[in-house]
Design a protein around this ligand. Sequence first.
Ligand code: F0G
Length: 355
Amino acid sequence: MTPALCLIDRYAAHLPVTSRTPRLTLGEGGTPLVRAPSLERETGIDAVWLKVEGANPTGSFKDRGMVVAVAKALEERSGAVLCASTGNTAASAAAYAARAGLPCTVVLPAGYVALGKLAQAIAFGATVVSVRGPFDAALAVVKELAAQGEATLVNSVNPHRIEGQKTAAFEICETLGDAPDALFIPVGNAGNITAYWQGFVESVAAGFATRRPRMYGWQAEGAAPIVRGVRVAEPETIATAIRIGAPASWQGALRARDESGGAIEAVSDAEIMDAYRDLARREGIFVEPASAASVAGLRKRAQGAGLRGASTVVCVLTGSGLKDPDTARSLTRDVALVDATADAVMGAIAHASRA
Ligand code: F0G
């Protein structure tokens, strides 16, 4: 059997790489696209597909872009990488930097990074700095440091990140045989919706697809600058990954919306949490809260403004549920603690089923 190609090799013809670009890889990409039978029954849509990006090496879609950004940093003989992050970019940058042998610094909004992401950045050996203020303040700081020549910035303002992330759109077209009618995706800093749109546009040119999907982006109500058309100084949402008030790729998101005939709308934290719980309990897929925004958005559209006859849709599930154990833990009553006997465990089961 021939070994699977790494992402950079698989899509080399469509990425800004040359034979000199190091073939860095942790096995990113090639993530599952699975049907969602419970959502199909609920919405009446023929085919609802979930792109499970939590299956990437560090548990989020960021790995697709980070592998390209860090490989290019190596090629350009950069001495270090740097990013601001709500957590997943930090985990991914730290992992690929470790693999590449480059020092990595991550700047995080203090108090708003999920535990699993922080654990990853620390384990991969990054220098971790927390700042007072939201992600937007952290991004302003790292842009300033990068401009001073401190390190290569690997936020999605680095175009190599967008290039790598667009490969998810290629994979969807390859697996389905064409683009879906509509794509549902969470929006934070807006790099990913920008990348997917670029990927779908290029898919038509490359022959992976004959058409392009309508793009539906979803922000959290308390952090919805694009929906409101104005920056949010103090963004708030349980979906900390998308707790962003001034998205760097705002224009890219508007282009994706307008050129595709889609929409960018908001879902409440309650709608996000319902989708988060139901994805796990009905579909068997455990995502982090921000990822559930895409499914919350699908539900909202299916009930409200409508899907204009869409029969094949894809929801992007951007990150693994293990990233945020505290939110998962908040879903449950206390876990029973009893003696290690069959009787005691049977008693606890009976008690749980009555509760
Ligand atoms: N979902 C997850 C799990 C994320 O971590 C992010 C962004 C998004 C969705 C939104 O993607 O920013 O491209 O619009 N996380 C960034 C980070 C901001 O620092 O990890 P986006």
